[in-house]
Structures are given as C-alpha cells and as structure tokens.
Design a protein around this ligand. Structure first.
Ligand code: PLP
Length: 393
C-alpha cells in the first residue's frame, strides 16, 4: 500500500526507475528476448526456479513497470498488460470459463465485447445471458447452477447506465461467481471496483490510461493467483501480449492521468448541461446530470461522471448524420479518452456488431450520438456543437 495519494501514484509507481545512468524515465526495453549466462540459467528460468526475463511474450521490464503501476492504482496484487482492450476482455474470460459454464453479462456492452460473448463463446459451449443489471430482480433471476462469471461495464458504453457494484460484488460472493468489471470509462481515479470485492478489473488502456490516441492496449488486474493463471495460459499460449513500446507510452501517459481526468470531467459536465437545455436535443445520457438515474452514484461509487456523453437529436437519422458531418473541431472517430474531442454514431460504428434487434434490447437507439469530450478549451467544443446545430436547423 502506497502512502501517497492516488494522483501521485500515477506519476510515481511502486518501483523507482532503476537505471545505471540515473535516467529519470525508465528506459524502454525494446527487445524480444533475453539472453542467459549459461544453459543452467535458461533451464532455471523456464522452471521458475530463478527470477528473470526470458522472452517478451512472457514478460518484459517495461511491461512490468506498467503492470505494477496499474495494479497499485486499482488496489490489486497484480496486473497483466495486453495487446488491446479486447485482449484483456478475452483473457479475463477465456482463462476461467470452460464448456458448460454460464456467463452473466450486462445487456449493453462495447460492441466487440458483445460480439465475443454473443457470437463466439457459445461456439465453445459457454452459455451467456445478457441482463439489464439496473434491474436487481432480473439480475438475481439470471443466476443459474452453472453460472461462473458476472461481467459488467459501468457506466455502460454507450448508454451510460450505471451498475451498482456493491450489489454485483455481494451477489458474486454469495453465488461463488467470479466478478469482472470493465473500468475503462472511469479509470481507477474515479471508480475503485476492488472496494466492492470485484475480482478482476479490465481496461482498454487505449483510452484514458494512455490518453494520447497513439496506442491500442489493455490491462487486467486482480489477485496474484488470477493474474498468474491469465499470464501462464491465455496470454502465454494465445498471445495477445503488449509490445514494450506501447507499455512505455502508456507509462508516460499515466503521469498526466489525474489532471487529464479532471479536465475531461469538468468539460463533459459543461457540455452535457449545454446539450440538455438545447431545443434540438431530445435526450442526454450523462450520469453527471441530475436527470440521469446514475446520478445517485456520483460521489459514492464514482467520484465523477467521466468524459463520455451520449445524446439523441430531435429529427431524422439523416439530420443526425448531417450534424456529425458539420463538425469542424470535433473529430468524427471512434475511441474515447483522447486529447481530441471525438464524435461517433454507435449504431453504425462502435456498436455495429449488434443486430438491429440486439441494439433495441440493449437500449442503443439508431439516433444515439456519442461524444468523448477532449482536452480542448470547453468554449471551443460548445461553439463547434452550436455551429453544427445551426447548420441542421
Ligand atoms: N472496453 C470498452 C468499454 C471499450 O470502449 C473498448 C473499446 O472501445 C474496449 C473494451 C476494447 O478496447 P480495445 O479497442 O483497446 O481493444
């Protein structure tokens, strides 16, 4: 346990840079393999009898630095860095579930997580139920004798529904389920799933953790036992491990996470309030707004509402496309958590792996627009939205 505030831990990880030249920033170990002094040493490392690195798919000092820092931020014993956020999601599920097991997942999820659960897991004999987890009765009813894992995003991408993590932790413990939370939207600075007894925390590090739109990567955090299993099975043998260069970039990005999150959240609040009062907007989904059902969790489960807003325009789908096309500063792009404000249309972009029926069941309307509020001056973001509204009026 660090004696420092979590904001300080983003800058100073658990280990001081240990460089013979005294480099302030830990060096990048851009190497695929590590040599041994002799055959006996190689054998001892493979046998786990001697500490040390072997081959970057199995571990690398730059990757270790990132893993230790994020594990500490999440209050977990250990972490595994992965090549993408989907690498983290798939490793956390495939390492623990087998044929005949049952997975309970939130009814709306990032599109590729949904596709993996809905379309691939059943091919391997893993049963999946998608449940509206804001409905406690439905959630309890979904638990079966073969249920093994419960997987939650909160706030959910893109509906921004907030799930009660205390309830998830309690049900998981009661029914001996492994609980997994995707903490991408809030980061460990704004939400600490471990406090609620959640077993495994996953991230798309592509988003806020890195924060600069130049890396795709993921992280899985949990107990040493769980993370060792993940590393020694799915990551070692299927292989979605991170590149050291990407780990180095995320280590750099993490140093500014705290101040970036402050700005993302304060600007998103202003933009959400602007959208909510706008006559051309029919609905805004942002837990920072008093009108949002997730608002009750602010200051409790979540320190702030994060930087992502979803909203619906009044008018036709065509006007929605025209609105997006009218942006001059905001960029039409998927992903989130970057310095640039990004705007996209989930039904045709991030959530296109859902069929039209599946989207309706998940509450993702065709008119929904998702905005990841960036680090630009908030007045410029609002001005850009204003000129786009004028164009489609
Ligand atoms: N989880 C969430 C909540 C996401 O939004 C995303 C991607 O947008 C992922 C996981 C997958 O991450 P990646 O794109 O890094 O594979």
């Amino acid at each position: 346990m660090s004696k420092h505030h979590i904001n300080t831990q983003c800058i100073h990880g658990p280990q001081k840079a240990n460089d013979p030249h005294g480099a302030l920033t830990a060096p990048l170990y851009q190497t695929s393999t590590f040599h041994f002094e002799n055959a006996a040493q190689g054998a001892a490392r493979f046998a786990g009898e001697e500490p040390g690195y072997i081959y970057t798919r199995l571990g690398n000092p730059t990757t270790t630095e990132l893993e230790q820092k994020v594990a500490q931020l999440e209050g977990c014993e250990a972490a595994a860095a992965t090549a993408t956020g989907m690498g983290a999601v798939s490793a956390s599920v495939l390492s623990f579930l087998s044929q005949g097991d049952h997975l309970i997942a939130s009814n709306a999820l990032y599109g590729c997580t949904f596709a993996f659960f809905a379309h691939m897991l059943p091919r391997w004999g893993i049963e999946v139920s998608f449940v509206d987890m804001t409905d406690e009765t439905a959630l309890r009813a979904a638990i079966q004798a073969n249920s093994k894992m419960i997987f939650v995003e909160t706030p959910i991408n893109p509906t921004m529904d907030v799930i009660d993590l205390a309830l998830i932790g309690q049900l998981a413990q009661q029914h001996n389920l492994l609980s997994v939370v995707d903490n991408t939207f809030l980061t460990p600075l704004l939400q600490a799933p471990k406090q609620y007894g959640i077993d495994i925390i996953v991230h798309s590090a592509t988003k806020y953790l890195n924060g600069h739109g130049d890396v795709v990567a993921g992280l899985v955090c949990g107990s040493l036992e769980h993370i060792t299993l993940i590393k020694m099975t799915v990551l070692k043998d299927i292989g979605a491990t991170i590149s050291p260069h990407d780990a180095w970039l995320i280590n750099r990005g993490l140093k500014t996470l705290a101040i970036r999150m402050e700005r993302h959240c304060s600007s998103a609040q202003i933009v959400a309030e602007y959208l909510e009062q706008h006559p051309q907007v029919s609905k805004v989904y942002y837990p920072g707004l008093k009108s949002h059902p997730g608002h009750q969790y602010i200051g409790k489960q979540m320190q702030a509402a994060g930087g992502v807003i979803a909203f619906e325009l009044k008018g036709s789908l065509q006007q929605g496309a025209q609105f997006i096309d009218s942006m001059q500063l905001c960029t039409i792009a998927v992903s989130l958590g970057d310095a640039e404000t990004l705007i996209q249309h989930p039904a045709s972009m991030t959530h296109s792996p859902y069929s039209a029926e599946e989207r309706i069941a998940a509450g993702i309307s065709d008119g929904l627009i998702r905005l990841s509020v960036g680090l630009e001056d908030v007045n410029d973001i609002v001005a850009d939205l204003t000129q786009a509204f004028t164009r489609i009026a």
